[in-house]
Design a protein. Structure first.
Length: 177
């Protein structure tokens, strides 16, 4: 499944990536979870993920954004400040500083993934960073991805944390737990 999605991502044109990101994040903006949240954990996108850059630029003065930073096998949460980013683990731009935030203070988490299913299950890159983080918070969890990342079902492990919603450029799925 990971290989299939990786291959499909690699075939996308830059214009297709930009259009998909624009549509997904436009859909996110219309959700009650986003409208009501003030403290939002985003991700800083890798080249094969939906780009978060325009969305962060658009909203950073109106919402309090946070980004994850790899700390061993866990993710720390730090305030987003475009001027205080550096390349960290896995060549992802991460926030610098010591202002680590408790995951319980976050209201909404926008979660990248490799694949999702209609029951809210998420397949990540396989290291478990997000699963460990998501187990420590009651924040609304919204998975985002391309439409081809949606599957009828994906393999689930006992430690996997379900999404509350999954958004692609064509679909918004609200999961009833």
């Amino acid at each position: 499944m990971r290989r299939k999605v990786k291959a499909l991502r690699s075939m996308l044109l830059e214009s297709e990536k930009a259009a998909a990101a624009e549509e997904v994040f436009s859909r996110l903006e219309t959700t009650a979870a986003f409208m009501l949240a003030d403290r939002i954990l985003m991700y800083h996108s890798l080249p094969d993920e939906l780009s978060t850059r325009r969305f962060l630029d658009k909203w950073h003065s109106k919402k309090r954004f946070y980004l994850p930073r790899v700390n061993g096998v866990n993710l720390d949460i730090l305030p987003y400040d475009e001027s205080r980013l550096e390349l960290g683990a896995f060549h992802i731009e991460e926030p610098t500083g010591n202002e680590v935030v408790d995951p319980e203070d976050i209201e909404l988490i926008v979660v990248p993934g490799v694949a999702y299913d209609r029951k809210g299950n998420r397949l990540g890159r396989g290291k478990g960073f997000y699963d460990r983080l998501l187990q420590t918070t009651k924040a609304t969890k919204i998975g985002v991805g391309y439409e081809f990342q949606m599957f009828d079902s994906i393999p689930v492990e006992p430690h996997d944390v379900k999404m509350d919603m999954v958004i692609t450029q064509n679909t918004t799925i609200v999961i009833k737990h």
